[in-house]
Design a protein around this ligand. Structure first.
Ligand code: HEC
Ligand code: HEC
Ligand code: HEC
Ligand code: HEC
Ligand code: HEC
Ligand code: HEC
Ligand code: HEC
Length: 323
């Protein structure tokens, strides 16, 4: 190769690399998105703005454009969206087509969001989630106020059925608690729904020793909901005066956690790792040693002993017959 050709090749390669290094759209779209969604390209019409921290505002008639910042609450994370329960959706399945134009029209801003029950209510294929029972519980919840609905906790662009599928209990607890802390630890969101001047979450749990350890090992709903054995996740949030404050409700043989966090149903659904996790990590509550699985294990040991005795008896009888 002659020197000028070498130089050209070098410049060309350098250019190619700089183009690759630039975060262009095709790099942001992962192959895994296409595996779960038919509308990945269509969704980019929204995500080119809503998937970014900054977006390009264009004024075509006047041939102008400027980079603007996207409000943080209006950013939809692609990875979260394409792993959520509604990963297969087009943005326009839930949002009006009017949003295709920008600036968005006043009409589109007043669109009515579809609600969980519109799609999931009385549908056999989702029977295991008991949407109807959950709706009834929410209706009785302290949160059932103007402007509060299922989407207030269930982020439309990232919600996962975590507890049901998780094999790491600590991770599931964190996920669920963050659903509450989105408001109860963020005044800007909280104040959209309340006239209160401040959040007093830490103060109101002062009575609980070792808050960090308690909040890492159980969910807010353990203390703030009524026990309901027919659904996996209790949804009736009671007023603060009815919250669990008594240590022995958990630190006792018949711990309420057996009916909430460690409920049989949820153990059954997450066989293997999770159950072992609880038993091995010893993360079941002190005093609540009446663990179903430990009980079953002792039954099993007892059964085995019987078998062994039986087998010995059989051998002895056989031996006696021979002699
Ligand atoms: C050119 C960039 C751009 C595109 C493309 C775009 N949006 Fe927006 N959108 C914005 C900005 C900026 C805001 C916040 C400012 C505002 O409300 O005008 C916004 C606001 C919104 C809101 C909140 C409206 C409100 O008043 O609460 C929704 C919902 C929304 N967009 C949905 C969509 C959907 C769905 C699409 C695709 C069909 C889309 N947007 C395409 C830039 C864009
Ligand atoms: C399963 C239905 C559903 C899908 C799919 C969906 N959204 Fe939404 N989106 C909603 C609902 C419901 C709200 C209103 C949330 C609320 O009231 O708190 C919303 C709100 C928004 C907002 C305004 C957020 C805010 O805080 O103002 C934007 C922006 C948005 N969606 C963009 C998108 C984009 C982009 C997509 C596609 C990648 C998308 N949405 C897909 C249901 C959906
Ligand atoms: C516009 C209709 C629609 C709305 C509104 C909606 N969903 Fe869904 N949802 C679906 C469809 C369709 C699926 C199945 C998606 C798939 O299989 O890819 C689904 C899947 C799910 C799943 C997973 C089910 C499974 O077994 O895979 C859960 C959990 C869920 N939705 C909860 C909710 C909750 C909670 C709400 C309200 C906060 C809600 N959905 C609102 C249509 C909707
Ligand atoms: C106060 C917050 C809050 C509200 C309001 C709320 N949910 Fe939930 N929901 C949760 C939490 C927390 C979970 C547990 C998430 C996880 O880890 O699976 C959950 C889980 C669920 C599940 C999955 C249950 C399962 O068996 O896996 C469904 C279905 C559901 N909610 C439906 C609804 C419906 C329908 C509404 C409105 C009528 C609603 N939720 C309102 C907090 C809420
Ligand atoms: C969308 C924001 C939001 C989310 C998410 C949310 N809350 Fe609330 N919560 C509120 C508001 C607002 C109030 C009412 C405050 C008032 O009285 O003005 C409230 C009230 C409460 C109360 C009653 C307090 C009292 O004074 O009696 C409890 C308990 C509570 N929330 C627990 C929870 C739990 C547990 C979760 C998660 C499963 C959760 N919240 C999720 C906004 C939220
Ligand atoms: C061990 C049980 C327990 C756990 C876990 C728990 N709480 Fe509480 N919470 C209480 C009790 C009891 C009160 C009432 C305290 C009082 O009034 O003296 C309370 C009070 C509250 C209040 C009312 C505060 C106010 O404005 O006066 C809110 C909101 C609340 N809790 C939210 C949460 C959230 C969010 C979580 C999870 C991060 C959580 N709680 C975890 C027992 C608990
Ligand atoms: C809603 C159930 C619940 C209530 C109510 C409760 N605890 Fe706990 N507590 C737990 C769980 C779960 C753990 C974590 C178990 C572990 O660490 O293995 C725990 C752990 C502890 C620990 C060990 C902390 C550490 O350092 O690991 C102490 C001490 C404790 N609790 C004392 C109390 C006292 C005192 C009260 C009443 C004021 C109380 N708890 C109320 C569920 C509860």
């Amino acid at each position: 190769m002659s020197t000028p050709t070498k130089a050209l090749t070098f410049i060309f390669l350098a250019l190619a690399f700089s183009m690759m290094a630039r975060p262009n759209d095709s790099l942001k779209i992962k192959a895994s998105y296409h595996e779960v969604n038919f509308f990945v390209e269509d969704n980019e019409a929204c995500l080119k703005c809503h998937g970014e921290a900054n977006f390009l505002l264009e004024d075509e008639p006047n041939e102008r454009s400027a980079v603007k910042r996207m409000g943080p609450t209006k950013i939809v994370d692609r990875d979260n969206f394409y792993t959520s329960v509604h990963k297969s959706f087009a943005c326009t399945d839930c949002h009006s087509y009017d949003f295709m134009t920008f600036p968005h029209s006043l009409e589109s801003r007043f669109e009515e969001s579809p609600m969980c029950m519109d799609c999931h209510g009385y549908d056999e294929s989702f029977a295991q989630y008991h949407f109807e029972d959950i709706e009834a519980e929410f209706a009785e919840s302290t949160h059932n106020t103007e402007g509060f609905n299922c989407w207030s906790c269930h982020d439309p662009h990232s919600y996962k059925a975590f507890m049901r599928n998780a094999d790491d209990l600590a991770e599931a607890i964190l996920y669920d608690n963050n659903m509450c802390l989105r408001c109860h630890a963020d005044f800007s969101k909280f104040s959209m729904l309340s006239d209160r001047e401040e959040i007093i979450l830490v103060e109101s749990h002062d009575w609980l020793p070792n808050q960090v350890s308690h909040f890492a090992n159980m969910r807010c709903i353990e203390c703030h909901t009524e026990i309901n054995d027919s659904i996996l996740i209790a949804h009736k949030i009671m007023p603060k005066s009815d919250a669990v404050k008594n240590c022995t409700e958990c630190h006792s043989k018949d711990s309420r956690l057996m009916h909430t966090l460690y409920k049989f149903e949820s153990l059954e659904q997450r066989k293997g790792g999770f159950i072992n996790g609880i038993i091995i990590n010893n993360s079941y509550v002190i005093g609540a040693n009446q663990n179903i699985w430990l009980n079953r294990l002792s039954l099993l040991v007892f059964g085995m002993t019987l078998l062994v005795i039986g087998f010995h008896t059989y051998l002895r009888i056989k031996k006696q017959k021979k002699s």
